[in-house]
Ligand binder design. Structure first.
Ligand code: GLN
Length: 192
């Protein structure tokens, strides 16, 4: 049975734990560096990226989290978690602590100017049919993807909303808030 950590500093970590439990996966709450030991993968949930980054810094977690990702084990960031993974935050809060691991540029709360939250049916070839019903809550947009980054899903206007770079996965939306477990299954497959 794979053991998957969920960063449990703030935000929607319980919802991820519940999905993992449904998929017969042992979910471990990560609050301190030692909680990363023996994990096969890690999920960074949605929430507030500035707060989560500050808490991670306070607990001495930033470098251990980077080392975990560099070890090749899968790491998945949803929404605020995606912001923490991005190498570039456009218009971010100055000095906002991040992990800066994935070659993407994201803009925080970018949809918020028009609409706070919305839902969309996404075609995700990696998951097959039917489309994935995605819930966006004060979501970031991905403004640039680097050459080594695969786009797994995009909105109708072409905006990338799910990306993968090797062992790193990021979604601008919240698969843990719907009953569709295919994204979690996809992530678990990466644990090998
Ligand atoms: N707007 C939040 C941030 O900037 C992300 C929202 C979310 O995770 N649902 O961190």
């Amino acid at each position: 049975m794979p053991r998957v950590g969920v960063l449990a500093l703030q935000g929607a970590f319980i919802e991820h734990k519940n999905v993992l439990a449904r998929l017969d996966t042992q979910a471990v709450e990560v609050r301190l560096p030692e909680h990363l030991e023996g994990l096969d993968g890690l999920i960074i949930p949605g929430g507030e990226s500035t707060t989560m980054g500050l808490l991670a810094q306070k607990r001495g977690l930033l470098e251990p989290l980077r080392a975990f990702a560099r070890s090749g084990r899968p790491v998945w960031g949803t929404c605020a978690g995606m912001i923490l993974l991005a190498k570039e935050i456009v218009d971010g809060v100055p000095g906002q602590p991040t992990l800066a691991l994935m070659d993407i540029a994201v803009r925080r709360n970018a949809f918020g100017r028009q609409v706070d939250s919305f839902e969309a049916d996404l075609t995700v070839p990696a998951l097959g049919d039917p489309p994935f019903h995605a819930v966006f809550i004060r979501a970031p947009v991905i403004e640039r993807v680097g050459t080594g980054v695969d786009v797994l899903a995009a909105l109708e206007d072409g905006t990338a909303v799910a990306v993968r770079q090797g062992n790193l996965l990021a979604t601008a939306f919240h698969p843990e808030l719907t009953a569709d477990v295919r994204f979690h299954r996809y992530f678990l497959q990466l644990t090998g």
